[in-house]
Design a protein. Structure first.
Length: 555
């Protein structure tokens, strides 16, 4: 297929662009294989560069001889284009619809993108499993090993080829245990708590079924992480009712009789269509500026989105408390272990591990838990809140995670090295990007696509000093404390910079941030000046002593 075959009209003159809180811009609209570009001769800086992959839906309306295109984007931006000729309007709509819904991943923009910057660090090599494990060796001790049981993705297609497992369990046992877990997602190490040596594992549900099937190899693997007399917690992200229904369909839970050292806790987090419908309702109310505050608040509550945020944070806090306060190891799973499970393991680490609150630590977390952990970005992020399709695979799981991180960030503004722009950037690139980081559903798919050789990593761009600077939090004060977010309804807020970014002006907020940054820099200058003055005072005192002007200070 050639892109030219999908472009019905490559160029249209006198198109007017309308966006919230911005003056209309008239210019020439061009369509390329990957971008929609509008440039204005009168206002050289006023340009629109829109990736076709960012377009969620296209709405067209003919008004006599002319037409209007409404482009609703995956990042919740709404763009209106006034087209002079109705025929051009129809052709543009058809072109954008086809170009924004190409299924062949190899035709996506990351495979055609050539960076205009020098790559100082290859992001594809920045967070390799073996490198991460070597950094853990000192604190992990000799009880864990890195296994190649999944070489060539032979045991689990959604796990990386290298995984960290208990040293006392051999690869044959792991292979048998994988057969007992949905999609072969056997328990693997997610996090090791240096303070007390406890660990967090993640997996998918066991396939016990209605007859209570057991697997001694899985029992050995799960119990191997606990010492004699120690207890652990299995946190199931499904309700007890959902778990029972799964049992009737072949799934299930770990029977306490076969896992006697483990206590099971159910903390429900919704997923799939429930989450998708919730974000659709949230965006509907966020972009509606014609309703009163009471009705707006009522619709916001009815969307259920903040309830999902609360449930996710609550479950993560439970996991963190088990590890940090009770000194117990934790195994987290739901059904397939690729969505809500990863939300919980990731948020728990943000709460108890200060490294995950740095830029590089958070990047490593996203790589380890989400990308290498097998979250299917290709399926979950194919459409966003404006999509009308009923694809069961679409779900804003990663967005829910980022929202939860933002809630913690807002409650502890000095504990994070990064600012909210960093989180917003990750969201945008997960749905539409020139980088290959979030392409595909698993490490296996990314390997087959040869992304490391054919595309550029997002981390290669973000970690450049001049780019990284814009994502740093001016209020950051490093510390090693655990932070416990409040999950009370009054403590959770709508993330306006995410969901209302394009509908409201953020000039005042930006000015406040700039003022805070200036104060912070001025404070540093004053501290430096104090240090210089003290050194100068000491120097003067020594000269005075040498000249006999003042007595030698008593020792």
């Amino acid at each position: 297929m050639e892109f030219a075959d999908l472009i019905k009209v490559p160029r249209v003159e006198s198109v007017t662009l309308h966006r919230y809180h911005m003056a209309p811009v008239e210019g020439t609209l061009c369509i390329t294989g990957h971008h929609l570009i509008l440039s204005s001769r009168l206002m050289a800086k006023e340009e629109l560069w829109l990736l076709h992959r960012n377009v969620d839906t296209v709405e067209k309306k003919l008004t006599g001889p002319s037409g209007v295109l409404l482009l609703k984007c995956k990042d919740f931006q709404v763009i209106q284009l006034d087209i002079p000729a109705a025929e051009d309007c129809l052709k543009l709509a058809a072109s954008i619809e086809q170009l924004s819904n190409i299924d062949n991943v190899n035709l996506f923009y990351p495979f055609f993108y050539r960076p205009m910057f020098d790559i100082m660090e290859d992001g594809w090599q920045a967070f390799l499993p073996e490198v991460e494990f070597n950094q853990l060796k000192k604190s992990l001790g000799a009880d864990w090993r890195i296994s190649q049981v999944n070489r060539d993705f032979a045991v689990c297609s959604t796990y990386p080829q290298l995984v960290v497992v208990p040293k006392s369990v051999d690869d044959e046992t792991i292979t048998q245990a994988a057969c007992f877990r949905q999609s072969g997602r056997f328990p693997v190490l997610s996090y090791h708590h240096k303070a007390n040596g406890m660990v967090m594992l993640r997996s998918s549900q066991p396939l016990t079924g209605p007859n209570g099937k057991r697997c001694r190899e899985d029992e050995k693997l799960v119990n191997a992480v606990l010492g004699i007399g120690r207890r652990g917690y299995i946190i199931d992200t499904r309700s007890l009712t959902q778990a029972k229904l799964a049992t009737a369909k072949g799934g299930g839970v770990e029977p306490e009789v076969h896992y006697p050292q483990w206590r099971r806790i159910h903390q429900q987090i919704e997923r799939y269509n429930v989450l998708h419908e919730s974000i659709v309702k949230l965006i509907e109310v966020s972009v509606d500026g014609n309703i009163g505050m009471d009705k707006w608040l009522s619709k916001l509550e009815a969307s259920g989105w903040l309830t999902h945020v609360k449930d996710s944070l609550t479950c993560a806090c439970v996991a963190a408390q088990c590890i940090d306060k009770e000194g117990a190891s934790v195994l987290v799973h739901g059904a397939d272990g690729m969505d809500t499970t990863i939300i919980v393991t990731s948020l728990a680490q943000v709460i108890i591990n200060p490294d995950c609150r740095t830029v590089r630590g958070f990047e490593a977390l996203v790589e380890r838990e989400w990308l290498q952990g097998g979250h299917p970005f290709g399926d979950r992020c194919v459409k966003s809140a404006f999509a009308t399709s009923k694809n069961h695979q679409e779900s804003p799981v990663f967005l829910l995670f980022l929202d939860c991180v933002w809630q913690i960030w807002r409650q502890f503004p000095c504990s994070f090295e990064f600012n909210e722009d960093f989180l917003l950037t990750l969201f945008r690139h997960a749905y539409a990007s020139q980088f290959g980081t979030f392409l595909g559903n698993s490490d296996m798919e990314r390997t087959k696509l040869q992304l490391k050789d054919k595309t550029v990593s997002l981390w290669s761009y973000i970690n450049r000093p001049e780019v990284l600077q814009q994502y740093l939090n001016s209020l950051y004060e490093p510390h090693n404390s655990v932070i416990w977010p409040s999950v009370a309804p009054q403590s959770l807020e709508l993330w306006s910079s995410m969901y209302q970014k394009w509908q409201r002006s953020h000039v005042a907020e930006e000015e406040i941030c700039m003022e805070i940054s200036n104060i912070k820099e001025y404070d540093k200058e004053l501290k430096s000046k104090v240090i210089r003055l003290r050194k100068h005072l000491v120097s003067l005192e020594r000269e005075a002593v040498d000249l006999g002007l003042i007595p030698v200070p008593a020792q």
